[in-house]
Structures are given as structure tokens and as C-alpha cells.
Design a protein around this ligand. Structure first.
Ligand code: SF4
Ligand code: SF4
Length: 374
């Protein structure tokens, strides 16, 4: 395993971080973690040198933090970094205080401190919520008391807010969505460069864009196959890991094979050659032709939907269909979604939309899917 060292970060951090948001589940369509299977993945990663584990209040319907606490506790506390995040929407919608949430998180994670603590998924609305309860000042105080070792935020807002945050507050790190799909097209590059200029280490989320840069489409996969047997995901991970200001790259691993593949990638972590960079550009172009809904399956929308629609699975089925335009392909995957969670149950209330970091017009896309599957 390769490690990063930054002057403002205590200790070495593995270049591969384990995102605990897509763990193996007990039942399809539900969030309950299969603790036994998921533990095997965490153990494999830990034994191969991964020392950064990233959870959040909302992952797996709140179970991810409990899992992190139970499973990581068997290892010496100082041997790994535990990261979690403060949910602004629980302050806004459920009237919880920062202290209530933070103490609940400490208890669930069975720890006395967090190595990395983030204000979760900042955009203007969520930042205003945090400002209204002095969350930043509160967390700085917790850092001074040793309950937080590094304070940062994950970001899904615009450049104006990003600059405001960097200019007016002190941060130890920032977490950004970076991958080759978003690098130029979604200005990920500009956000990254700004952090680099300010010497603030960057943690990368969604390097494989919720798994879509592993699946790709046949034409794009073929481009990588011509180079080697390495997985498409390994190219996507190396694309971000080679950036000098990246502290760690988070991968939300769901299977033993994914953990093994990612460990192999980060044992070497070679910078991409010119030929490999050209292959990424080519695959990106071919993939973009067919990839129509940029959903990363983060599921932030799902908890807000009064109808319990499985939005990411509907979008994933649609994207698979879009790659072939064969309606049989859509029906095959779409019909695996329980009937009550399908697109046709959407009542267009738009509650999901304010939670989508990718700014997808969810009800409109669901309506398209509904029309297609009539
Ligand atoms: S618009 Fe549709 S998908 Fe979104 S929250 Fe409302 S019912 Fe759910
Ligand atoms: S629609 Fe948006 S919020 Fe919902 S899972 Fe996809 S990316 Fe996440």
C-alpha cells in the first residue's frame, strides 16, 4: 500500500480509503448491512495496509457508523483513521443540535474522537443551516478539545461558495468529487486547483462515479482491454491518485474482488503513461455518448422520498438500457426493482431534488422511465 504524507496531517494516510457506504447488504432493496460479509472486506483492506475508513451519519440508513464502530474496534485505535460527517439536513429537518448529533456519532462509532470530521455535502442551503447554529465554531472547539483531529467538509456547491469557505475559514482538508468523467466537464479540475494553490489536502470521493466508470459500455471497455487486463476502475483510480495534492482516494467497495482489485492498484499506484491517458480520453468520449443520467447512487435522495422510490436503481436500469437501446435490457433490470419502488409511483413532489449533489431533475427522469416501461 502506498501512503500520503502532508505537513498539516498527523501520521501517514493510505492512498486508498475505504468508503463504508456501499457495503454488502442482507436484502436487495434494503439498507441492512451483512455484517459478516462486510467485515471480511474491511479485514482484507486493513491487513493490506488501508488505514482510512470513511462513514457518515446517513450511510446505510444510519447503520454504517454502527458497523464501523463494531468492526474496527478489534484493531488498535491509533492504527487507523476514522472519518465521519455531520448531516445538515438532520439539523434543519429533525431539529437536532450539533452536540446531540456529534455525541450520537461518537457512541455509534464506539470511539472518543474522530480522526477526520466533515461538514457533509455542503451547498449554499446546507451551509446556511450550519451557519445558523454556529456549527463551524462548535466543531473548532471540539477540535481544540481533542475530539476531532482534522476538520474539513465535503462539497457539492458552486465556485462562489467554495471560495467563500476557503477564504474565511480554516480547514485541514476538503473532500471533492473527482474522476475523469467530471474533471473537465464538471469543473472538478478548477476546484482541485484551488485547493492545491492553498495547500489544503484533497480527499477524493466518487473516483469511479458510483461504479459507472467500472461498468462503462462495451465500446469504452474495449479501449482498456487493448492495453491490459487491468480493470476499468483501476484506470479511474490511478487518474485521481496521481494528482499530487490528493491525500486519499475513497472507494465504496462492495465485494471481495473489488477490494482485491483496488489493493493491487494501490500497491503500485503508478502514474498513468501517455498511452493510458489517451485511452482514458477515448473511453470517456465513447462512454459519454451513452451515459445519460449522471447518478452516482449516493442515495441522499432516497431517504427524502415519501413514496420510497428506489431512485438510483431506476436510473441504473435506464443507463444500462441507454447503452444498448434494447428495451429488453431495461425491462430485465427494471423488473428486479420491487413494484412499489418503481418510477411510476413518483408524485412529483420534488423533495428529492434539493438533496441530489449531481443536480439531476429526478422527477423528470423518472417520468421518462415511466413512459418507457409502460
Ligand atoms: S419527486 Fe418523486 S422521487 Fe422525488 S421525492 Fe417526490 S415522489 Fe420521491
Ligand atoms: S439521484 Fe442524485 S441523490 Fe439520488 S442517488 Fe443519484 S446522485 Fe444520489
Amino acid at each position: 500500500m502506498k501512503y500520503s504524507e502532508f505537513s498539516n496531517i498527523q501520521g501517514k494516510v493510505s492512498k486508498l480509503g475505504f468508503g463504508l457506504m456501499r457495503l454488502p447488504k442482507l436484502y436487495e432493496g434494503k439498507e441492512d448491512i451483512d455484517f459478516k460479509e462486510a467485515e471480511k472486506l474491511v479485514d482484507l483492506a486493513y491487513k493490506n495496509g488501508v488505514n482510512y475508513f470513511d462513514t457518515a451519519y446517513v450511510y446505510h440508513g444510519g447503520e454504517s457508523e454502527i458497523f464501523a464502530g463494531k468492526i474496527l474496534n478489534k484493531y488498535p485505535r491509533e492504527s487507523y483513521n476514522l472519518a465521519t460527517k455531520l448531516p445538515g439536513w438532520a439539523i434543519k429537518n429533525d431539529n437536532k443540535t450539533v452536540d446531540e448529533l456529534f455525541n450520537e456519532q461518537l457512541e455509534k462509532c464506539e470511539t472518543e474522537y474522530f480522526d477526520f470530521y466533515l461538514l457533509h455535502s455542503l451547498n449554499r442551503d446546507i451551509w446556511n443551516t450550519f451557519k445558523s447554529v454556529n456549527a463551524y465554531e462548535n466543531l473548532k472547539e471540539k477540535k481544540a478539545q481533542g475530539q476531532i483531529r482534522h476538520l474539513g467538509f465535503s462539497f457539492h456547491g458552486d465556485m462562489e461558495l467554495f471560495k467563500e469557505l476557503l477564504e474565511n475559514y480554516e480547514w485541514d482538508f476538503v473532500q471533492l468529487q473527482i474522476n475523469y468523467y467530471d474533471w473537465e466537464a464538471d469543473n472538478a479540475k478548477d476546484f482541485y486547483k484551488l485547493l492545491e494553490d492553498k495547500n489544503i489536502p484533497c480527499i477524493v470521493m466518487e473516483p469511479v462515479r458510483g461504479g459507472s466508470l467500472q461498468k462503462l459500455n462495451d465500446e469504452a471497455v474495449e479501449v482498456f482491454k487493448k492495453l491490459s487486463d487491468n480493470s476499468p476502475a483501476s484506470y479511474a483510480l490511478r487518474f485521481v491518485a496521481q494528482l499530487p495534492n490528493v491525500l486519499t482516494t475513497l472507494s465504496g467497495m462492495s465485494t471481495y474482488e473489488q477490494v482485491e482489485d483496488n489493493i493491487n492498484t494501490f500497491n503500485e499506484c503508478k502514474p498513468l503513461s501517455d498511452e493510458e491517458m489517451k485511452a482514458i480520453d477515448r473511453a470517456n468520449i465513447l462512454f459519454r455518448k451513452n451515459f445519460s443520467i449522471p447518478c452516482t447512487a449516493c442515495k441522499y435522495c432516497v431517504t427524502e422520498c415519501p413514496k420510497g422510490i428506489d431512485i438510483p436503481s431506476c436510473f441504473s436500469a435506464f443507463n444500462e438500457y441507454n447503452a444498448t437501446r434494447d428495451i429488453q435490457d431495461l425491462n430485465k433490470t427494471y423488473l428486479l426493482i420491487p413494484e412499489e419502488k418503481r418510477a411510476n409511483n413518483c408524485i412529483d413532489c420534488k423533495k428529492c431534488m434539493e438533496h441530489c449533489p449531481q443536480e439531476i431533475n429526478i422527477p423528470r427522469k423518472l417520468s421518462n422511465i415511466k413512459d418507457l416501461t409502460k
